[in-house]
Design a protein around this ligand. Structure first.
Ligand code: NAD
Length: 287
């Protein structure tokens, strides 16, 4: 019978472990870890993501500070804010909620975040460390997926993992993490001919395309582990993923639901990265 990769429960467990570690530091007279979240504009979905991150921080004992800029803020105003937060000793991690207003240079802005505070793991230095399989602040969604597989005892080494999507924030770093863990990795994308011929070889299939219900039964090898990163909301407010859940669920050994799969794990990884940055800043030896 198919088993559910319950990201919500796994994230809650990670949060309470983190809270215990933070409480121990507070008892030792240390300050709380601090996360700065910058939101530019009034995109409603972004506002929900920011609120969810704020609540998760509060539950884990991380001080979350929100910085809201109007949608007509200039790139230089945003850069000035990032520079100020880079120098703020109370702030261990900083994220800039995407998407940014049209016309802003997203890569330039992300690179402005000091690498030791880049808890999204987007900057070239963190990405380079990941590439070299060195300790780093790993990109949150891929890191959360690996944690979810590990928490459920799913073997990665020696498995054929197929990643559909090659974005800088999900597909590419996820492929590298899986490779670093000893999987044989195939990466598919929008130019891949006969996608199903490749996905049907996957022991572990991870899908991050932003295309609702792209993956159906014809794409699945029986017994595969299926991880769905996509999130889509229809007109009635119902959420769905890049995988047609109903169509594939009986074929898989494990599958992530949408919602309640990868989403909560992304936030849990953000908290973990903030903790790692805090340990780095305070000289705490976190093995
Ligand atoms: P993106 O648009 O940057 O990249 C999409 C990738 O999918 C591209 O590499 C493209 O080549 C590939 N692709 C598109 N159409 C394809 C097709 N028909 N066949 C094969 N490959 C195809 O997207 P992203 O930022 O990686 O996000 C992907 C999805 O994941 C989105 O729905 C996004 O909302 C969601 N997301 C969820 C979380 C989470 O925490 N759950 C985090 C990040 C992104």
């Amino acid at each position: 019978m198919t088993k559910i990769l319950d990201g919500k429960a796994c994230a809650a467990n990670m949060r309470s472990q983190l809270q215990a570690k933070i409480d121990a530091q507070l008892a030792d007279g240390k300050r709380r870890p601090g996360l700065a979240v910058i939101l530019v504009g009034e995109d409603p979905a972004s506002a929900i993501y920011v609120r969810n991150k704020h609540r998760a921080c509060e539950k884990a004992g991380i001080k979350s500070m929100q910085y809201l800029l109007p949608s007509d803020a200039t790139e230089s105003q945003l850069i000035d804010l990032i520079d100020t937060l880079n120098e703020d000793p109370e702030i261990d991690g900083m994220i800039i909620q995407l998407p940014l207003p049209a016309g802003m240079d997203v890569v330039k802005i992300q690179e402005r975040v000091r690498s030791d505070k880049d808890v999204d793991g987007f900057c070239a230095e963190q990405a380079g460390l990941l590439f070299r399989n060195r300790p780093c602040l790993e990109s949150c969604t891929p890191k959360g997926i690996i944690s979810l597989l590990d928490a459920n005892g799913i073997e990665i080494e020696g498995q054929h993992a197929v990643v559909v999507g090659r974005s800088d924030i999900v597909g590419k770093p996820l492929s590298i993490l899986l490779l670093n863990r000893g999987a044989t990795v195939s990466i598919c994308h929008s130019k891949t001919p006969d996608l199903a011929a490749i996905t049907r070889q996957a022991d572990i299939l991870c899908v991050a395309t932003g295309k609702r219900h792209l993956i159906s039964a014809e794409h699945i090898k029986p017994g595969a582990v299926v991880v769905d990163v996509g999130i889509h909301r229809d007109d009635s407010g119902k959420l769905a993923g890049d995988v047609n859940y109903e169509d594939v669920v009986d074929l898989c050994s494990w599958i992530t639901p949408v919602p309640g799969g990868v989403g909560p794990m992304t936030i849990a990884s953000l908290l973990e990265n903030t903790w790692l940055a805090y340990c780095d800043h305070l000289g705490i030896n976190e093995a």
